[in-house]
Design a protein around this ligand. Structure first.
Ligand code: PLP
Length: 375
């Protein structure tokens, strides 16, 4: 059987996790957390990175930092994971979904400005499949209207846009280390702050509303409850797992990229015949081989393809049901403009198995099965 995903494991994780246990510091902000954060500060060239308990938690911190009032509006694509929306709903914000571009499945930057009202405060850029949104346009719109930009870079660790790493362009930027992402810590994530002005407030939200982080740095002599907050620190045991993966980042990236390129090359003839569509990587975007998807003609064909692959022991999956058509999406938001591509394209998309360590043999099975289905 070819699984859709197997969690990344490089081999040194168990040793580091045992070390975390021996350190006697298994709560948050232990030595492995510090190591991971420093590594990411230098990898991303940002002044502050904080590990969180999930990508969802990182988005919650971002939403807190946006300082929203009930009724404020947040613009986001409807084609995304629900966590992108949850974080803002929790702040009482109202969601304004916009259409996506059919080529990248990312928010259509040309539809954003018409969705802006006097209540708009934030634009969320979700980099689907690790391929960048059109950030120059999005940031220019945000600057013109005084809006914050949040990057949901949950799928985009290591990707870049015109030479800038994703996760460093918006005001508050979120990564995920869930086991389905390129790098993992079981459950976990991170928030990246390009601007140090938000550091103290971010630390307060992350530390149950206290200024404990400043206390540990020796900047104050006692810590107190300053504001509301939550507990967004992961255990150092989880950070130890992530540390093993960060150390092997190049290996994980290369391995995934080989699979991605092999799929892309082998399926090109089917695309040339117009049977399927392949992912589009716009000029100036470097992606991280997070996902390989193809698009079938329509929903019926995709369903038949999934069934066919399953009959050959290959697990391929689709996502997302557009948020604006889900019960919570209808309750907390509205779709702005016309749904030209969100629903239609989401019904065509199918993700092929892709994970660190997928064998050449299994990759071949997937390619042969997809080709056989169409021939
Ligand atoms: C995975 C993912 C999240 C949530 O990350 P978790 O770590 O699972 O909480 C949010 N947004 C997108 C686009 C994702 O793919």
């Amino acid at each position: 059987m070819v699984n859709f995903n197997i969690r990344p494991f490089v081999g040194t994780e168990t040793e580091y996790m045992a070390e975390a246990c021996r350190n006697g510091k298994i709560c948050g902000d232990g030595p492995f957390t510090k190591r991971c954060q420093e590594w990411m500060n230098s990898f991303f060239r940002v002044p502050a990175t904080y590990l969180t308990t999930s990508g969802t938690a990182a988005l919650e911190m971002a939403a807190l930092l946006c300082d929203l009032k009930p009724g404020d509006e947040v613009i986001l694509p409807s084609y995304t994971f629900c966590s992108t929306a949850d974080a803002f709903v929790q702040r009482g914000a109202s969601l304004v979904f916009t259409d996506i571009r059919p080529d990248t499945m990312n928010i259509d930057e040309t539809r954003i400005e018409e969705a802006i009202t006097d209540k708009t405060r934030v634009i969320v850029a979700v980099h689907y499949a690790g391929v960048a949104c059109e950030m120059d346009t999005i940031c220019a719109i945000a600057a013109r209207h005084g809006l914050k930009v949040v990057e949901d870079a949950a799928q985009a660790f290591g990707s870049s846009y015109r030479g800038r790493m994703l996760g460093t362009i918006g005001d508050f930027n979120c990564l995920s280390f869930h086991e389905t992402k390129n790098l993992s810590m079981g459950e976990g994530g991170a928030i990246l702050l390009p601007d140090l002005a938000y550091r103290d407030q971010a630390e307060i939200y992350r530390e149950k509303g206290t200024d404990r982080s400043r206390f540990y740095r020796g900047q104050i002599d006692k810590y107190t409850w300053q504001d509301y907050g939550s507990s967004y620190l992961p255990s150092d045991i989880n950070a130890a797992y992530l540390w093993a993966q960060l150390e092997q980042y190049d290996r994980i990236y290369e391995d995934r990229m080989q699979t991605w390129k092999a799929y892309d090359e082998a399926l090109r003839p089917l695309a040339a015949e117009g049977r399927i569509e392949q992912p589009c990587i716009p000029e100036g975007c470097e992606h991280n081989a997070h996902m390989y998807y193809i698009k079938a003609a329509d929903l019926a064909e995709r369903t038949a393809l999934i069934d066919y692959l399953k009959s050959r022991d290959i697990m391929a999956v689709f996502h997302y049901i557009p948020l604006h058509s889900a019960p919570a999406g209808r309750k907390y938001g509205r779709f702005d403009g016309e749904d030209r591509y969100t629903t239609k394209e989401s019904e065509r998309l199918l993700r092929l198995p892709l994970y660190y360590g997928l064998s050449v043999e299994d990759r071949r099975k997937v390619i042969d099965a997809v080709t056989a289905f169409y021939r």
